[in-house]
Design a protein around this ligand. Sequence first.
Ligand code: CDP
Length: 227
Amino acid sequence: MTNSTRVSIIALDGPAASGKSTLGRKLADTLGYLFFDTGIMYRAITLIGLELDMNLQDEASITRLAQDTQIEIRPPSRDDGRAFDIMVGSKDITWDVRRGDVDANVSVVSAYAGVRKALSDQQRRIGLRGKVVMVGRDIGTVVLPEADLKIYLDASADERARRRYDELMARNEPANYDEILKKVIERDHIDSTRAVAPLRAADDAILIDSDKMDVEQVFNKVIALCK
Ligand code: CDP
């Protein structure tokens, strides 16, 4: 597969819980490419801000936090379903970045221009090395506009909330479908209406609506586009 594709930089964007991470990981594994989930970085800054009891509305302080925080992504040290370790200093935040309070606040933090600059500069540097599947909201539009293949993965809010609900249930975490749906809609609204790098499909992105497609069908469609 690796030899039969000339596609080196793959940008995968879309709204919350549209299946980007699952698809991105599978693509990266198949092609032997690096999988890079940029949402983790915004989640990490939000988590640390919450843990330090910072005022997340204070743009200047949160921007400094993003500039000063070293987020490290390493191969998985434990067999507990994680794809990688997310570390800040010696603290393992792999699962904490998925917490409900992070979900609820990450869109506020990720709307700050200074936070976006600090994080997307790092993302761009890594992406330009190539052989990468980079997942986010603004990869095809801002972080790597020169990507060889841009996919915008969408699904209805109902379907996306159902998937997130199933994920939480599978991890034995409390889940309420109506609450999840409300939060997914709220987060999409903030992400797509912010002034800097809003969530949107690049003009040259291929749009895939995964409402009536399973993981395998979406994967087959995208891998065919890589060849
Ligand atoms: O997994 P899920 O789709 O729910 O979210 P995520 O990809 O982990 O992203 C979490 C949040 O980070 C998003 O709702 C955006 O506010 C922000 N984000 C962003 O602004 N730009 C990116 N490239 C990636 C994430």
